[in-house]
Structures are given as structure tokens and as C-alpha cells.
Design a protein around this ligand. Structure first.
Ligand SMILES: *Cc1c(COP(=O)(O)O)cnc(C)c1O
Length: 390
């Protein structure tokens, strides 16, 4: 169907985009699509944002790469800014979400190793989680479909139901190094942690001396209306993985950690050739410029509420097709009583790009700088598609 030279790991529809502008993507034939999935929460400021484009072009005209054999000014600045605005004391840069998670998984083990606790190597993950597609990250998430045929047996991870604090308590042993969870499960179905759960996990980690890592690759970087979603819970993790929106479309990942967790990551423990390169970190700084502007995150919360209310109204008008709306800020999921793949395809035919999550969720991850006009336009399309459903 598509280019047969590519491995068949993806199955995109037969649409070829040529350019993007803000919340819209255009095909070669000039068809216009409203983009409410943002390359899965990546293009946080839509397409072709002037500040991001200018920053990338400027850096491209200076130099692209030296590797971490040499200091990278933009990377030092981006790390400083992330530290300033979060719980973290230090940052490690990679090129993707999976690498950011992987750095955190290694850190959780190395932390105990350095304290002489060499038996504490196991990681507890949550059922229904997603942390990327490397061997370690699929092991941490434990999704059998992602593991099948790649390894069997034990890769040092245990899994408990998301939101069940007693199950977590029971799973922690003297072999446990740390816990990893998404404050809002993304791929799993836009499922926010129950109220008080992150706090309870934090307390349990402190009680047992293990580390707490949050994977905010999807729910972080302004997506919920706070810079990072853990801020809603009033706790601070030890480690956090970020990627997706951090680069606004340019590949970058970051593993943030407090002093306690990161002290073990000394020279020679970890590395990446491309991680933290000048292009990626220059764009990361430009993303932060926009995100940290006064009132920007307030606006994300406001638009998120408008979209959520609007979706609930549409669902009320078509209860046989749509159900509950869940999520926070501009990370929203709508339960589908029809196959979510059909819903996604029909919306796409009506020029609205969305995603799916879990088994029955329609996933909406619009650009964070969208306007009320974009929300009305998307709601009208969803309403019409539901009205025309046969
Ligand atoms: C997308 C995602 C990842 C993986 O990121 P990649 O850049 O694809 O490696 C990990 N965790 C979460 C929560 C994600 O949404």
C-alpha cells in the first residue's frame, strides 16, 4: 500500500502531507486537515511555528553536532531551565522517549548498586502502561503484545494494576529498586491516576527506600495545563522522563532527576552520541520560551475545559456512539461505543485528524496553542460524523 521499502511496522492511510501551518496540515492536492493529534502530542505549537523554525534555522547555520565530548551551550541552558521549573536537579538528554525512560530505569538500579544494595534491581511498572519500544521499556510496561517474540522469561520487572495502592504495597520486596508510572496513562486509554494515588505511591516509596519515576513523555510539557502533570498531585518524583512535546516536533528526550537519584550517574555510566545535540536543545529552549510565557498554561487549561465540555455535549447528543470524556487539559479521550478505529477513519475522511488509545478510546491531543475557533471546528466535525453514522 505505502512504500514497500519501509518495514511494515506501521499502517498509515494513503494521505501524503506536504506542509503544515498552525493547527492544519495540507496534502499535495491542497486538501486541508485539522490536526487534533499533533503527531501524538509532539507538535505542541502546531506546524511551522515561526519561533521554532527561526531557532532551528539559526542553529543549523552555526553548527549541528560535536557530540558530548564538548560542551553544548543550548543543552546547558535547556537543562538549567528544566531544573529551575521542576523538582529536578539534573537532566540527561537523549533523542526519544524510550531513551529517556531507559536512562531512568538504569538510574533506579544504579542508585541502589552504589549504596551496596546490589540485590535491588527489580522495577515495578503498571498494567496497561506504555514506556516505549526498546527491550527495557517494553519490559517495564509489560504489554504482552509488545513483548511477544522478542524475549521471554524475566526481565526484572513486576506489574501491578494502575491505581491500586495495596497491590503496589504487596509487590514491593527487598529486591525492588523503584516504581515507574504515567500520571495519566496515554496509550492505555487516557486514564488519569485516581485522586491521591501519586501521593500514596510517593509515601510508599519513601517508606520502603525505593525510587519513584513518572513517565511524562505524553502528559508532560504543558499538555495538562501545568508544565508537568505531577504538579497536580502536590508531590515530587525522583525521576521524570520527558520527550514528545519537549522538541515541538524535533526529536529529543530528557530524563530529569533529583540529586538523590542522579548522584550515581557519574562519568562513564551512561551516554548518547546525539543526545542533547545543539539542534534539538536549541529547539527545546524555543519550546520553553513559548510555554513559559505568562498565562500560556492558564490558556491550555481554559481551552482544555472548553474542549472537554464541548465533547461532553456532542456525546450527550449521540449517546449510542460516544460516551464519557476523560483526561486533563488538552489530553482528552472519548469513549466510543462504535469501533474507535472506524471513528478515527470517518473523522479523517471529514478532515479531522485524531488518534485512538486503549481498546475503545478516541484520543485528542490538539496543539496547545489552538484557538476557540479550532475547537468549534473540531466539535462540528465530530457532531456531524456522529449524526451521519450508519
Ligand atoms: C510515546 C511515549 C513513549 C515512547 O516515546 P518514543 O519517543 O516513541 O520512544 C514513552 N512513554 C510514554 C508515556 C509515551 O507516550
Amino acid at each position: 500500500m505505502t512504500n514497500s521499502a519501509l518495514m511494515a511496522t506501521y499502517a498509515p492511510p494513503d494521505i501524503l502531507f506536504e506542509k503544515g501551518e498552525g493547527a492544519y496540515l495540507f496534502t499535495e492536492d491542497g486538501d486541508k486537515y485539522l490536526d487534533f493529534i499533533s503527531g501524538i502530542a509532539v507538535t505542541a505549537f502546531g506546524h511551522n511555528h515561526p519561533h521554532l523554525v527561526t531557532t532551528l534555522k539559526e542553529q543549523a547555520g552555526k553548527y549541528w553536532h560535536t557530540s558530548n565530548m564538548f560542551r553544548v551551550k543550548a543543552g546547558e541552558q535547556l537543562a538549567e531551565r528544566l531544573v529551575k521549573h521542576t523538582f529536578a536537579d539534573h537532566v540527561f538528554f537523549g533523542n526519544s522517549g524510550a531513551e529517556a525512560v531507559e536512562a531512568g530505569l538504569k538510574m533506579m538500579r544504579r542508585y541502589h548498586f552504589d549504596r551496596g544494595d546490589t540485590e535491588r534491581t527489580r522495577i515495578i511498572g503498571m498494567k496497561n502502561a506504555f514506556h516505549g519500544r526498546t527491550i527495557a521499556t517494553v519490559a517495564a510496561a509489560g504489554n504482552p503484545a509488545h513483548i511477544k517474540g522478542f524475549f521471554d522469561g524475566d526481565l526484572g520487572c513486576d506489574h501491578v494494576p494502575f491505581g491500586d495502592i495495596e497491590a503496589l504495597r504487596a509487590a514491593i520486596t527487598d529486591k525492588t529498586a523503584g516504581v515507574i508510572l504515567e500520571p495519566i496513562q496515554g496509550e492505555g486509554g487516557i486514564l488519569p491516576a485516581p485522586d491521591g494515588y501519586l501521593k500514596a505511591v510517593r509515601d510508599l516509596c519513601d517508606e520502603t527506600g525505593i525510587l519513584m519515576m513518572v513517565d511524562e513523555i505524553q502528559c508532560g510539557m504543558g499538555r495538562t495545563g501545568k508544565l508537568f502533570a505531577y504538579e497536580w498531585s502536590g508531590i515530587e518524583p525522583d525521576i521524570l522522563s520527558s520527550a514528545k512535546g519537549l522538541g515541538g516536533g524535533f526529536p529529543i528526550g530528557a530524563c530529569l532527576a533529583n540529586d538523590k537519584a542522579s548522584a550515581c550517574m557519574v562519568v562513564g555510566t551512561h551516554g548518547s552520541t546525539f543526545g542533547g545535540n545543539p539542534l534539538a536543545t536549541a529547539v527545546g529552549n524555543a519550546v520553553l520560551d513559548l510555554m513559559l510565557e505568562d498565562g500560556f498554561l492558564d490558556q491550555v487549561r481554559e481551552r482544555g475545559q472548553q474542549l472537554k465540555n464541548g465533547l461532553a455535549d456532542v456525546a450527550d447528543r449521540h449517546p449510542e456512539i460516544l460516551g464519557d470524556v476523560q483526561g486533563l487539559g488538552l489530553m482528552l479521550g472519548v469513549k466510543c461505543h462504535v469501533p474507535n478505529t472506524d471513528m478515527l477513519a470517518r473523522l479523517r475522511d471529514a478532515n479531522l485528524l485524531t488518534g485512538r488509545a486503549g481498546s475503545d478510546i478516541l484520543r485528542l491531543l490538539p496543539p496547545l496553542n489552538l484557538t476557540e475557533h479550532h475547537i468549534s471546528e473540531a466539535l462540528a466535525i465530530i457532531d456531524q460524523v456522529c449524526a451521519d453514522w450508519k
